[in-house]
Design a protein around this ligand. Structure first.
Ligand code: PAF
Length: 288
């Protein structure tokens, strides 16, 4: 496995694989890897013989400087896990290489409608930073395929739209959320939970599954179902940040035309914000 921190060296290595006619699958990450990331790599390896992973903690997508400063860095362990998974190249650039002129003069990419709603409303600029770095990494790696987890549902929706809108010759491969046995979605943030919080954390997925069943039964207004779900979470020690039920395509309010909705959950356990989501097929009548 090659560990490369320079865009120039990366381009040379990529050119070599391209000359050999080998397809490339790319998985962008911010490191602190867990089984969910390895699953992205594994799904990518099913479609392309060359696997490239980036590890870059992207300052442009952080609203809170403390979150950026405290973001866990576990490069050695990450590289070991990626080598064991059969990755060909790990790209580990630093911020100066990616943003040589700083963040404020950097050209950016923004997907209107999808970048500023839901999570984007709570974290202004986050998705613009995310789509900009993914675009830049795509240009450096020039992959044929790229893997993104369904856990970050809005991120995945934005990337799919960006690739379509900008006619990028890249197939996006959505990868199902990997869960602990308890149902808890795997996330780098789970490491921040205390032992007591770890015991409480699976409730988020349990409440989401119940909510999904209730939405499918389609007998009550969504707003009432959401209020019940919030109450369940609060009783279980969570502080609910947001629960949305929106059209799976537009991420806007469900309409008579919506065939599927996605339930998006975000709740704090102590200071750790956990997220999860589930797609639900709608029967209609509309009960918002
Ligand atoms: O999902 C992430 O880890 C990041 O948002 C990504 C896609 C690597 C871009 O920095």
């Amino acid at each position: 496995m090659l560990v490369i921190d320079s865009p120039k060296v990366l381009r040379e290595a990529i050119k070599k694989f391209k000359r050999q006619g080998k397809a490339i699958c790319f998985t962008p990450t911010m490191g602190n890897l867990h089984q969910g990331h390895i699953e992205l790599v594994k799904q990518g390896q099913k479609v392309a013989p060359i696997s490239v992973v980036s590890i870059f903690v992207n300052p442009m997508q952080f609203n809170n400087p403390d979150d950026l400063k405290n973001y866990p860095k576990t490069l050695d362990a990450d590289c070991q896990a990626l080598e064991a998974a059969g990755v060909d190249i790990v790209f580990t650039p630093n911020s100066e290489v990616i943003y040589p002129n700083g963040l404020t003069t950097q050209t950016y990419v923004e997907v209107p409608g999808l970048c500023d709603c839901l999570e984007g409303e709570l974290r202004p600029g986050h998705f613009r930073g995310m789509s900009t770095i993914v675009n830049k990494l795509f240009n450096l790696v020039q992959p044929d395929y790229a893997c993104f987890g369904e856990k970050d549902f809005q991120q995945l929706a934005i990337i799919k739209q960006m690739v379509t809108d900008l006619a990028m010759p890249i197939e996006i491969i959505p990868v199902a959320t990997v869960r602990e046995e308890s149902g808890l979605a795997m996330s780098s943030r789970n490491n921040k939970l205390t032992e007591t919080e770890k015991l409480k954390a699976p409730l988020l997925a349990a409440v989401m599954n119940q909510l999904s069943n209730d939405v499918q039964k389609n007998t009550t207004q969504h707003s009432l179902l959401i209020a019940d779900a919030c109450q369940e979470l609060e009783l279980g020690g969570f502080n609910t940040d947001a629960i949305h039920i929106v059209d799976v395509q537009t991420l806007q309010a469900v309409t008579e035309q919506s065939k599927q909705a996605v339930i998006l959950m975000a709740a704090f356990l102590g200071s750790t914000r956990l997220i999860d989501n589930k797609v639900v097929t709608l029967k209609h009548n509309l009960h918002q």
